[in-house]
Design a protein around this ligand. Sequence first.
Ligand code: ZN
Length: 93
Amino acid sequence: MELTRRQEIMTMLREGEWTLDELAMNFVVSKKVIIDDLEHIARSVPRPSRLQIHPPTCEVCGYRFKDRAKYNDPSRCPMCKNEHLRSQRFQIV
Ligand SMILES: [Zn+2]
């Protein structure tokens, strides 16, 4: 069952970009569960593909997050402290 969800997530991520919230909503599980899945997927994606995290850009000051290795969304902008950031998006490329 768990394997099936991870396989489904991998298929979705190959076809497009998704946020943590969207994935959690789609599978009706907590974000924590999706984070566990993403950690597993990141290790098991066959090379040369990889799980890419598209970080958000702060709409207030334009700050661009550097490549992130964290699956949970950044809570606020480190430059201007804006807390209304868009979610980061995941994709297998
Ligand atoms: Zn900012």
